[in-house]
Write a protein that binds this ligand. Structure first.
Ligand SMILES: Nc1nc2c(c(=O)[nH]1)N[C@H]1C(S)=C(S)[C@@H](COP(=O)(O)O)O[C@H]1N2
Ligand SMILES: [Mo]
Length: 258
């Protein structure tokens, strides 16, 4: 089923490219019957691209307090093992900073207070893990787009890489470190949050304290916990396994749409 989905996405991407081609200089082109036929043939591709774009930008379902799951299980890392994280936790995350760098005009170093001082969004959404469980939780945080606006994107920016504090797999070269990446469509999505609260409390350690990503149109493994650094890049092929995420490097899809 997931293979079918990814094929459909690939076709959509091709349609987007053709659609863009069909839009250039169409006034002059439609003068000839052959060109007219071409425009009519590609019109449905443009509509396909449009539909795909709408799919990517539409909102995930939101729920009510009554729908909250009594138990929201924690998955993957539940407590990062490094001494550095232990120190940050011990200090109540006062010394924790979120670094924002890479292809930005103004690199930032944000404390939790800085993030909490920004306008926040609260949403109740369903988390779907690829392992086959779901849970509904309430998230509060700052929209990622606000942080990116504050940093300002530099030319070439295409993805946001989320670097985490935990190593899910202990390796000599550090390639077991958790990381994720999303494109700018998801980065600008209104429900894409840097969340510091869950169910009206500070984010618990098991769920990613002090800060985690919520990118609600995608599966659980994209919801990076224990955020330390956001790096804006034009490509992620130089990072670890080159596929844009810890699980992606181990065979999972990069775009994990639900
Ligand atoms: N840093 C980090 N983020 C992570 C993981 C992890 O192990 N480390 N696991 C992922 C997976 S597979 C899921 S389903 C969710 C689980 O989030 P939860 O622990 O809040 O339920 O976090 C995701 N983000
Ligand atoms: Mo997951």
């Amino acid at each position: 089923m997931r293979t079918t989905l990814s094929r459909r996405r690939w076709l959509g991407g091709a349609a987007a490219g053709l659609g863009a081609l069909a839009l250039t200089g169409c006034d002059r082109l439609v003068a000839s019957p052959a060109a007219d036929a071409l425009v009519r043939r590609t019109e449905h591709l443009t509509q396909g691209a449009q539909r795909l774009f709408l799919q990517r930008t539409s909102l995930a379902a939101e729920f009510t307090e009554a729908d909250l799951s009594p138990v929201f299980r924690a998955n993957g890392t539940r407590m990062p093992e490094s001494d550095a994280y232990a120190r940050l936790l011990h200090g109540g995350f006062k010394d924790w900073r979120l670094q924002v760098d890479g292809l930005v005009r103004q690199p930032l170093s944000l404390s939790l207070d800085d993030l909490m001082a920004m306008p926040s969004r609260t949403q109740i959404t369903r988390h779907d893990c690829v392992e086959g469980w779901s849970a509904i939780g309430k998230w509060q945080g700052v929209q990622l787009k606000r942080v990116l606006d504050a940093a300002g994107l530099a030319p070439g920016a295409r993805y946001v890489v989320l670097h985490c504090a935990d190593e899910l797999e202990q390796t000599l070269d550090g390639s077991g470190r958790y990381y994720e990446s999303i494109d700018l469509i998801d980065a600008w999505h209104p429900q894409t949050l840097l969340a510091y609260a869950m169910n009206d409390r500070r984010l618990p350690v098991a769920h990613g304290a002090p800060l985690r990503l919520r990118v609600e149109r995608q599966l659980g493994y994209k919801q990076a916990k224990y955020l330390m650094r956001l790096e804006v890049v034009s490509s992620f092929t130089h990072l670890w396994g080159g596929r844009g995420g810890y699980w992606e490097d181990r065979g999972y899809e990069w775009y994990a749409g639900i």
